[in-house]
Structures are given as C-alpha cells and as structure tokens.
Ligand binder design. Structure first.
Ligand SMILES: NC(=O)c1ccc[n+]([C@@H]2O[C@H](COP(=O)([O-])OP(=O)(O)OC[C@H]3O[C@@H](n4cnc5c(N)ncnc54)[C@H](O)[C@@H]3O)[C@@H](O)[C@H]2O)c1
Length: 442
C-alpha cells in the first residue's frame, strides 16, 4: 500500500493552556493527577496518549512506539491550567470537597499549586442547572455580553499564563435538555439570540462561541447540546478549529460499548438491558433533577440502537427493552456503583443472563479522558483539522458526527479509527488487519 505523505503539523512549541469549564470532581482530579504525575507521584493510568503504543507497518517490523513519542503532543510539563466555576472554591478546596483523591497522598503535597488555581467567575444561570447555586458569576445585560467577558478571560489567560496555545474542555454540570431550534442554525441567528437572551442559548454555548471566536478548540465532556449545532459547527469549520463532544465515555457506557458489539459479532440476540447506578457526588445531585437527567438519558440510550442496528437484524434486536437509571445516593460520593442486567438469547431463542456490577470511580475514569482530549484537540488544531473530530469518538458516549452520518459507538472500531488517524497524520500505512501477505508469499 502506498504510504501517504502525512500532514504538516506545527510543533508543540511553548506552553499549552487548558481552560476547564467547571472546577468540580472531574476537573480537580484531572489537574491534581497531572501535577502528581509531573512530580513523580503516580502514573497517568487510563490515558491512551501517555500509556498507549501504536503499531506501525507489518507485524514483522516490530515497530510499536508510544503514541506520545510518535505524534508531536504537548508535554505534560507544558500544561497550564485555569477554570471557571460559579462556586468560588480554589482547586485544593474543591478537590478536598469532591473527595476523590486521597488528601494526604495526592492533595497535601501539591496544596500550594492547587490553591493557586482560583476559578474565574462563570457564565452561569440556574435555569440550566437547577440543583446548583453559585455566587462566583458574571453579570451582564445580555448573553452576548457574557460571551464577550468569556473572550476577555481567554485573552487574559493567554497573556498572564504566557501560553502559546489554549484548549477548552467542558467539565461542568449537565445542563437541562435542549433540542436544536431555529436560533442554532446560523451564526447570525445565534448571535441575535444571544443579544435577545433567548432561552435556547445555554451557558455552555456561550463558552463554545467564545472559544471559537478566540481560535480555541472546544471539547464537550457533558451531554449538553453545546457545540452540536450547525451555527457553531460552521463557525469551527470557517475558523479552522476542531470541536467535539458529547459526554465522556467512562464507566457503564464504556462497558456497554464493549459488550454490545460482542453480542452482535456472535449474532446473539438481546431482549433487554437494564442499567442502574447509585452515585453521591455533585454530578449525581445535579442529575437528580429530571431535566438534567433527560439530557444524560438521551446520551446513554442512543448507544445500543446504533451498535445493534435493529433495522438490519429485527429477529435479534427488533424488540430490545433498554432502561437507564441514575439514583442520587450521597453515602457513595464519587464511588459509583453501576449495575447492568442483560437478557440475551442464543441458539433457537434460549434465554441467558449477564450481570455486571461495576464498582467504579467516576472521576478516576474521566480524568485521563480530559487529558487525552486536551492533548489531541491541540494536536488537531496544529494539524489544521477543523470542525467535528470524529476520530476522537473513542472518548465520547454520544459522539458528534457530520450531518447524515450515524455515530460509531463500538469502542474497538473507535480505537482503530483513532490510531489510523494518527498513522494518517504521520504518513504511516493504515492497518487493515488483512495480513494475507504473511501467508501468500509473492
Ligand atoms: N465523571 C464521569 O465519569 C463523567 C462521565 C461523563 C460525563 N461527566 C460529566 O462531566 C461533568 C463534570 O462532572 P463532575 O463529577 O466533575 O461534576 P461536579 O458537579 O463535581 O463539577 C461540575 C462543576 O461545574 C460547575 N458548573 C456548573 N455550571 C457551570 C457553568 N455554567 N460554568 C462554569 N462552571 C459550571 C459546578 O459548579 C461544579 O463545580 C458533568 O456534566 C458530568 O455529567 C462525568
């Protein structure tokens, strides 16, 4: 196969500013994690960009460099952080409250560093996150004014932190469910709607708009609509900026996108999939509100439909009962428990059951995803990849795609897509797994 020339990628020179929307459990676990890794206090486990390797060429060539050595990613030592949050706690206080990392082992030793990260006032409106009250908020007559203030924050951060590039990752609470409407169709309509304080413009959209106007890539870790609207997609394409979302794929959905493709690969039928969760962090509290839960539910439910393709396999997947529940249960904090009861059927329709009980830690699974997204979105910008970054679907529960395409949810197809994109960027051969050349010698 002909080897492509690869893409011109600007070097990762200087510092990379990571601006996080939200300074809660996920953000603080990410920031504190990176700082611990930088000081030799732990390994970035769960991060493909840091721990993963990539096979190049034929299996006989035995070339498998680490991804971070293969593509020019920003080095962890060059990351600088800041965040916005309506709750004024600094990153140390927020991390202690989140209760994810061990205070003595992973927070006390970097206390000064974390205390230095104080949240910028947020563009926040309780209408979109009912269970939260915040005091550290921006004031402005219109949503447009708030967006302009966010743009100033980005410019200010560039200057004071001395960073040469910036990426923004939404790690803030899940907003209420919004469907795309007329104001999301064009930039002109979107800007007018900001001026008119239209309720269809959620705060997350203001951050996304501000990011794009300041030449900053934007990744959305929650299921909110945010950049999944034509107005912002066109803006990203026009300005040659990468965008993506939605919703970090961490615990239960990660398992679902591993198991469902296995059933389908073996042509086993599915009668029902009941998923329930207990979790007691602030995210759980926010999701206890039916309107925020609706946003999450949509994101979690789509997965099976796309993987199983009931239209093509009506006898196997034409009648699946799929239910997802999230129950706020404070005693567990961030240590979520997710149960899945899966009713499958095999040969001649005989039923079988699979039970999964995943005692996971939400933010421990999410932090490496934030890191990889920040690094890969920065890489994408330097490689002039613009618009939706479907090759990063690997990280999302509800991946954005170009109009008319259905999302790819199978974790291993997503992984192949990601790695093949990296090979393509670097001018290496695509790996097809055909392998006939090992058996049929010319
Ligand atoms: N942890 C996971 O496994 C996981 C997986 C997928 C998605 N997520 C999503 O990631 C997000 C963060 O999760 P978390 O556990 O850190 O939640 P969290 O509640 O601990 O933190 C969210 C923070 O966002 C802040 N916030 C809310 N609205 C804001 C706004 N408009 N601007 C700035 N800040 C705002 C809140 O004050 C809070 O501090 C949630 O939306 C969650 O659904 C998490």
């Amino acid at each position: 196969m002909a080897v492509e020339a690869g893409r011109d990628i600007a070097p990762a020179k200087g510092k990379l500013g990571v601006m996080l929307v939200g300074l809660g459990a996920v953000s603080t676990t990410f920031i504190a994690g990176v700082e611990n890794v930088r000081r030799g206090g732990g390994l970035p486990i769960g991060s493909l960009s840091q721990m993963g390797t990539i096979r190049l060429g034929k299996r006989t060539e035995k070339r498998s460099p680490k991804i971070k050595e293969f593509v020019p990613l920003a080095d962890l030592k060059d990351l600088v952080f800041t965040a916005w949050d309506p709750i004024p706690d600094d990153a140390y206080t927020a991390a202690v409250k989140a209760g994810v990392l061990d205070r003595h082992e992973h927070l006390e030793p970097i206390k000064d560093f974390l205390q230095g990260i104080k949240p910028l006032p947020a563009a926040f409106d309780q209408y979109y996150v009912k269970r939260l009250q915040g005091t550290n908020v921006k004031r402005g007559k219109t949503k447009r004014e708030l967006a302009e203030q966010l743009r100033e924050d980005i410019r200010g951060f560039r200057k004071t932190a001395g960073v040469s590039r910036v990426v923004i990752v939404w790690c803030a609470s899940t907003e209420v469910f919004i469907t795309p409407g007329p104001v999301h169709q064009s930039l002109a309509a979107f800007e007018k709607a900001m001026e008119q304080n239209d309720p269809a413009i959620a705060p997350s959209m203001l951050y996304a708009y501000a990011a794009l106007m300041e030449n900053v890539p934007f990744a959305n870790g929650a299921p909110n609509l945010t950049v999944d609207v034509p107005a912002l997609q066109h803006l990203a394409e026009e300005r040659k900026l990468p965008i993506g979302g939605k919703d970090f794929k961490t615990g239960q959905t990660m398992m679902k996108t591993v198991l469902a493709p296995a059933f389908k690969a073996r042509m086993l039928g599915l009668a029902g999939w009941y998923s329930t969760n207990i979790l007691g962090n602030r995210d759980g509290e926010v999701l206890d509100d039916p309107e925020s839960f609706k946003t999450k539910e949509e994101s979690k439910l789509g997965v099976l439909e796309y993987i199983l393709q009931p239209d093509q396999y009506p006898e196997l997947y034409g009648n699946v009962f799929h239910k997802v529940r999230i129950n706020y249960y404070p005693p567990r904090g961030d240590n979520k428990e997710g149960w899945d009861n899966i009713d499958i059927f095999g040969w001649l329709g005989y039923p079988m059951q699979i039970k999964v009980d995943f005692l996971c830690r939400d933010s421990i699974l999410a932090a490496p995803i934030v890191l990889d997204l920040a690094l890969f979105f920065d890489l994408a910008q330097r490689a002039r990849l613009s618009g939706i970054q479907e090759w990063l679907s690997f990280y999302f529960k509800s991946p954005q795609t170009a109009p008319g395409l259905y999302p790819e949810h199978d974790l291993f197809i997503q992984q192949t897509k990601l790695k093949n994109t990296l090979r393509w960027l670097m001018g290496e051969e695509q790996i097809t797994h055909l392998g006939i050349e090992y058996y049929e010698k010319a």
